[in-house]
Design a protein around this ligand. Structure first.
Ligand SMILES: C[S@@+](CC[C@H](N)C(=O)[O-])C[C@H]1O[C@@H](n2cnc3c(N)ncnc32)[C@H](O)[C@@H]1O
Length: 228
């Protein structure tokens, strides 16, 4: 585990090739985002471990959750927040702007850490970057986990749900923003608000994403599993 990405070469590439852009429906935040001439392939060609560059784009779930946090600052104000799967850092930056006491921005991709460090500085907020897969362990010392668009993969989704359950058991709440991806754990969610957003990859305009509270499993609510 490391708390800093320490990739000045990557950050120089991002500065030079991913223009600072307005974030659709989040005018409070600007990000380095990929455009048609960013040439991300040049980064991929020099690194066999280069994965999908999620960190170079805005995603529907994160857009909805960032909008929600900025419109409802009480949900984060004065609280210690974890942005899980932070990508470019949009959700964590929104939480910091809305008054969170501390924001840990965690991702498994070192390129995401490089990008979110730049984006935090660009927006004048402090994030604590963390390069780690937190889903494999106990929750860190936070009050709230924010999950923007992490339910696109079955394995990741299952581990995130287990992680959030360990959080609930430790008194850590969770909010999820998602455009209804395939592995969204709908049975565990209570919808709070719908947002009209522009998801990456949706060429033809606005779509919607929902912000949810993560709820205890029914058996946990009833005090344990039902007898046979
Ligand atoms: C679709 S992007 C969403 C990024 C951001 N939350 C947003 O909404 O804009 C998913 C991000 O989750 C990260 N990710 C995937 N599995 C993860 C894990 N187990 N722990 C932390 N981050 C993870 C990916 O590297 C990627 O940056």
């Amino acid at each position: 585990m490391t708390t800093r990405a320490a990739r000045p070469d990557v950050q120089a590439f991002i500065r030079a090739n991913l223009p600072v852009s307005a974030v659709p429906s989040i005018p409070e935040v600007r990000l380095h985002l990929a455009g048609p001439r960013s040439g991300l392939r040049r980064l991929a060609e020099r690194d066999d471990d280069f994965g999908a560059p999620y960190w170079a784009h805005c995603w529907g779930g994160g857009l909805a959750l960032a909008r929600h946090v900025l419109d409802h600052p009480d949900c984060v104000a004065g609280r210690r927040v974890l942005d899980l799967g932070a990508g470019a850092g949009l959700v964590g930056i929104a939480a910091a702007k809305a008054g969170a006491a501390k924001v840990i921005a965690a991702d498994v991709d070192p390129y995401a850490l490089a990008a979110l460090e730049l984006n935090a500085a660009l927006n004048g907020v402090a994030l604590t970057p963390l390069l780690d897969d937190l889903t494999r362990g106990p929750p860190p010392a936070v009050d709230l986990v924010l999950v923007g668009d992490l339910f696109y993969d079955r394995d990741v989704a299952e581990r995130v749900v287990a992680f959030l359950d360990r959080g609930l058991a430790a008194g850590v709440e969770a909010l999820i923003g998602d455009p209804w991806r395939a592995y969204l754990p709908t049975a565990r969610l209570r919808a709070l608000a719908d947002y009209s957003i522009r998801d990456f990859g949706e060429a033809d305009g606005a779509t919607s994403a929902t912000v949810f509270a993560f709820e205890p499993a029914p058996a946990a609510v009833m005090g344990g599993p039902s007898p046979p």
